[in-house]
Design a binder for this molecule. Structure first.
Ligand SMILES: [Zn+2]
Length: 332
C-alpha cells in the first residue's frame, strides 16, 4: 500500500509529462513559454502608399523603395496592411500606370491595402463633407487591385491619426465608414519614424552616407524604446500586454531597415499577426472620447478617456535632437 501510493504519483507524472512534452514543443507559443519568452503579438501597418520620397525624387525612387520594402515584409512573413493615398498615383492629375503598378506589387505579395483618403486630408482642417468626398475618391484603384487579389477594401486609417475635434464629427464619420463597410484601423505603437525617414532621405539625396548611416543606426533602438514604452502603457491600463498595432511609413528608411526592426521585435517575443486578429482583442472596444488636437496612440486615448492625464505613463521616448535637425525640424 505504502509502496503504491509513493510510486503512483511519480508514474502519473511521467505519463502526463511524456504526453505533454511533444505538444509543448509543437506549439510555438507553448515553446516560447518553455523558453520563458513572453508571447507578444503585433500587427504591422504601413501608411502613405505608394510611398514617401524626398523632394525632387519620383517614380524611380518609389519603385526601388516599393520593391525593397515588399521584399523585406515578405521575407519576414508579416501579414502587413498598407494604407494608400490614391492622389500619389496621379501627381500631375492623371493616374500613372507605373504608379498603380507599385500598389500591384503589394497585392501580388498577398498584402492587403486600406484607404488613407485620396489626398491625405486632415479631418482637423477640412469640413466633414469634404473629408468624406476625399475618402470616397481614394477607393477607386485600391478596390480594383484588391478584388484582383480576392480581397475586399475594409480598413480605413485617419491621416495624421486626426480623428475629429468633436464627438459629433467622430460619430458622423463612424456611421459614414460603417455604411461603406469600413473598419477603423487604430494605432497603439505610435512613433515618429517619418522624421527619421525624412532625415535619412535628405542625407542620402545630398550624398552624405555617414549622416544617413547615423540616422539609420539611431532608428531601430528608438523604435524599440517606443515599443517598450507602449508595452508598459498597456500593462498600466489593461494590466496586460494587448495585441499591439504598429504604424510605420512606406519610405526608403523602412525599405532599408525594416527587417532589422522586425528581427528586434521577434527578439522581444513578438509574433506578427493580421490586423483582423489584433482587433479581436477586447481592448479595442475600450471607451474613447478623445477629441484633442494631436494624432496619438489609442492606448493614450483610452487612458485619457477614463483616467485623464494621470493615465499616461511618463517618459515616452523622444526623437533625438540631431535627427530633428537633420530632418529640418526644430521640434516634434
Ligand atoms: Zn499618413
Amino acid at each position: 500500500m505504502y509502496f503504491r501510493t509513493r510510486l503512483l504519483p511519480a508514474a502519473a507524472w511521467a505519463l502526463a509529462f511524456g504526453a505533454l512534452l511533444p505538444r509543448l514543443l509543437a506549439d510555438p507559443r507553448a515553446a516560447d513559454a518553455v523558453a520563458r519568452k513572453p508571447a507578444r503579438e503585433v500587427a504591422v501597418t504601413f501608411d502613405d502608399l505608394p510611398g514617401v520620397v524626398a523632394p525632387g525624387e519620383g517614380i524611380e525612387e518609389l519603385r526601388s523603395l516599393t520593391e525593397k520594402l515588399v521584399r523585406a515584409i515578405a521575407a519576414e512573413k508579416i501579414p502587413a496592411v498598407g494604407y494608400v493615398n490614391e492622389g500619389k498615383l496621379a501627381p500631375s492629375g492623371a493616374r500613372e500606370p507605373e504608379r498603380v503598378a507599385l500598389l500591384r506589387t503589394w497585392v501580388a505579395a498577398g498584402l492587403e491595402l486600406g484607404n488613407h483618403t485620396y489626398s491625405h486630408t486632415d479631418l482637423h482642417r477640412a469640413p466633414l463633407d469634404q473629408f468624406e468626398e476625399d475618402l470616397v475618391r481614394g477607393e477607386e484603384t485600391t478596390k480594383t487591385l484588391l478584388s484582383s487579389g480576392h480581397m475586399r477594401l475594409r480598413y480605413f486609417r485617419h491621416p495624421f491619426l486626426h480623428t475629429g475635434r468633436s464627438l459629433e464629427t467622430q460619430r458622423a464619420l463612424r456611421e459614414f465608414l460603417a455604411r461603406r463597410g469600413y473598419l477603423v484601423a487604430p494605432v497603439t505603437i505610435d512613433n515618429s519614424d517619418w522624421i527619421f525617414a525624412r532625415a535619412y532621405a535628405l542625407a542620402k539625396q545630398r550624398g552624405d552616407p555617414p549622416a544617413a548611416g547615423k540616422v539609420a543606426r539611431a532608428y531601430v533602438p528608438y523604435m524599440e524604446a517606443k515599443v517598450e514604452y507602449f508595452e508598459r502603457q498597456s500593462v498600466r491600463f489593461f494590466s496586460r500586454e494587448i495585441r499591439q498595432i504598429l504604424l510605420v511609413h512606406a519610405n526608403a528608411l523602412n525599405a532599408d531597415h525594416f527587417r532589422d526592426l522586425a528581427r528586434r521585435l521577434r527578439g522581444r517575443g513578438y509574433s506578427f499577426i493580421t490586423l483582423e486578429r489584433a482587433l479581436e482583442d477586447p481592448a479595442y472596444a475600450s471607451a474613447d472620447t478623445f477629441t484633442g488636437p494631436d494624432g496619438i496612440s489609442w492606448l493614450h486615448r483610452w487612458a485619457l478617456t477614463s483616467r485623464g492625464q494621470d493615465g499616461i505613463l511618463p517618459g515616452e521616448p523622444a526623437t533625438p535632437g540631431f535627427v530633428l535637425e537633420a530632418a529640418g525640424l526644430s521640434e516634434e
